[in-house]
Design a protein around this ligand. Structure first.
Ligand SMILES: Nc1ncnc2c1ncn2[C@@H]1O[C@H](COP(=O)(O)OP(=O)(O)OP(=O)(O)O)[C@@H](O)[C@H]1O
Length: 301
């Protein structure tokens, strides 16, 4: 388990992470989502032991991570711009990683290079951006670490590659309980692979929940009320995050489980009623809108 307890980190006067507490259980796929500048990369760098928190603690399976080689061996961090040694090729990286990670899977590494069409002898600095990401992912998966931290790692990969990497993740999760922590803006993709999602905003945690619980706790309702009184009564009784009116149609984003919401609607008259599933993207927009991050504010005019 990765335990992040009351962690704060500033860069000069900018508070990048502010009193964040999150637990990441093993054998789950944890998605870290958040607005631009929310602090996702800073959290991952601290979990990887690259940055030291100025307050709070981070422990990997009970071991403090900063400056602790034993804890760091449990983690592989793929930064948004993966780092490789100057002038190195894939074989040089494999040799180095074998010296750091005792369980590095050498045979798998070379098999993956062949499958991905990556030349082991070619200088990595001549690879394209996507090829570097592929190599970083192969290094990460083959390192054999329990935790794999991915900072926007899927971005820049073509759709076939993304699908391939997702399958490799699934088999490693199944085979040896690998626990990926994936920071990404691609919510559609996270929705497919994550069990748990943490939402950061302005350095703090807005929520951290099982994806299914998250979906069960927000509902989207489309309805036409019979009278204004019915509308007023329902709106008063519901925990409404958003109410969009399209003519007589109300599109409501409501906090609460479906049974509670249906119970409220049973007490009012509607001409039309439909409960719709919410995507992770809609949950993200609703939750961040509540705290003032509104897409409409970004548009001129
Ligand atoms: N090296 C740095 N020096 C100064 N400020 C920094 C540095 N790195 C990050 N910050 C600031 O810390 C805050 C959090 O940045 P961070 O990169 O962790 O966010 P993020 O959620 O990963 O953002 P994005 O989604 O845009 O990649 C931002 O305000 C950013 O400007």
């Amino acid at each position: 388990m990765i335990e992040i307890r009351n962690v704060t980190k500033s860069y000069d006067k900018i508070k990048a992470v502010d009193d964040v507490s999150v637990s990441i259980k093993e054998n789950t796929v944890f998605g870290l989502i958040g607005t631009n500048g929310a602090g996702k990369s800073t959290v991952l760098r601290m979990v990887a032991g690259v940055l030291e928190p100025e307050k709070g603690e981070i422990a990997i399976d009970g071991l403090p991570v900063f400056d602790n080689m034993e804890a760091k061996k449990k983690i592989y961090f793929i930064a948004d711009e993966p780092y490789f040694f100057a002038n190195s090729n894939a074989t040089d990286m494999q040799r180095y990683l074998c010296s750091v990670y005792p369980e590095f899977a050498v045979e798998d590494f070379y098999n993956y290079l062949v499958n991905f069409g990556l030349d082991k002898k070619r200088k990595i600095n001549t690879y394209s951006k996507g090829m570097k990401k592929q190599l970083a992912l192969i290094c990460g998966v083959c390192s054999g670490t329990k935790y794999l931290l991915c900072d926007e790692t899927f971005d820049g990969l073509d759709p076939v590659m993304r699908q391939g990497i997702k399958s490799i993740f699934a088999s490693e999760i199944e085979r040896r309980g690998m626990t990926p922590v994936i920071a990404s803006h691609n919510l559609r993709e996270l929705e497919d692979i994550c069990d748990h999602v943490g939402l950061l905003h302005k350095g703090g945690v807005l929520l951290s929940k099982d994806l299914e619980d998250m979906k069960c706790n927000i509902q989207k309702i489309q309805c036409v009320f019979k009278t204004i009184d019915d509308e007023a009564k329902a709106i008063k009784a519901l925990d409404i995050m958003k109410n969009e009116k399209r003519g007589s149609l109300n599109v409501l984003t409501v906090r609460g489980n479906k049974a509670e919401i249906l119970a409220v609607f049973a007490t009012v008259n509607t001409i039309f009623f439909e409960a719709l599933p919410l995507s992770l993207e809609e949950i993200f927009i609703s939750e961040t809108e509540v705290v003032g991050y509104d897409v409409k504010k970004l548009i001129l005019g």
